[in-house]
Write a protein that binds this ligand. Sequence first.
Ligand SMILES: [Zn+2]
Length: 351
Amino acid sequence: MSLTNPILCLFEITDPNLIVTGISKERCSTNQRIHVVHATLSYQLLKCPHCGHKSLIKNGTHMSHLRLGTLSGGRYEMHLKRQRYQCKDCSKTCGAKTKLVNRNETFTHNIKHQVIVLARDMLTSKEIAKLCGISPSSVQRILNANIHLAYRVKHLPENLCFDEFRSCNHWMSFNCCDAVSIQLAGRALDNERTQTIRTIQDKHSRIYHILKSQWRLFHLDEIKANDSKAVYLRGINEYMTQQNAIDLALDAFPRFRSVYQTYQGILSAIHQKDANAFQSLLTNYQPTSNQMDITINTFIKNGSALLNSCRYPFSNGPIEGLNRKIKALKRNCFGFRNIDNFFIRISLIHE
Ligand SMILES: [Zn+2]
């Protein structure tokens, strides 16, 4: 019944055990007017989670207050009556569970996801708090709990760009990245891959799993793709060579094949420092109505700089790009007092 409830559909709540009993307007502790969705959570629980005996009886309800977020500027909360159960055998009690929130928390998973998405758009904590109907300190708490900075990287890249930027309290911080990453073309390839995935109806098919789970194979330099040794590929759950998996996906989708071939052409020209090959790739490119067209146009506009990067071994382009984004974040958020919070926000804009 609850799956067809329009209020639950609006908040994308799919728990079949939730039943909406009403909606009202109330004032919260800060005297702010809020919309309250009243609901109950109950289901038939057979075995006691403590002793395993089938001797449970219903034992009243417990009220939970959940934050649902905002809709047209109004703040929405859910007052949820959860069923309690008592075991006649061991006398212990337990409650009905829902995937809507974690245990002992009031923020739903939807609201946490919304906070992270807005933080990627370089908004201040105050703005995010206003849009989600929560407090700025809750925004920071959600980010601290869900974003974990890498303690160390597995291995350092062969070519490293490094620079410094002013972080907070007049401190300077060190920033470094891989000098040979080709993000723009890689993103165009990923964009076409995800669009291709959406067209596949059979979600259990082999090609669906190749495109979904083995995305790293398509970013691999085609010379490095192994075509002799069959390995167990996770997601597909089969033994096959890397080249075989790539070919299966490319044969099924010719448009994805053309984007893949362009990406590989760019990759090989830049890795081999072959300015002529790169120039001919840009001039002979045939538009295919996807994001690769925009990438190639950007490359044509910045032609001389890119050709120089092919002729000469090093460029400080990637690190300058990163620093520009960091400065924009600092300006948008009016600076940061806490360096840990600043680094969490930097990790979000660089993903
Ligand atoms: Zn029991």
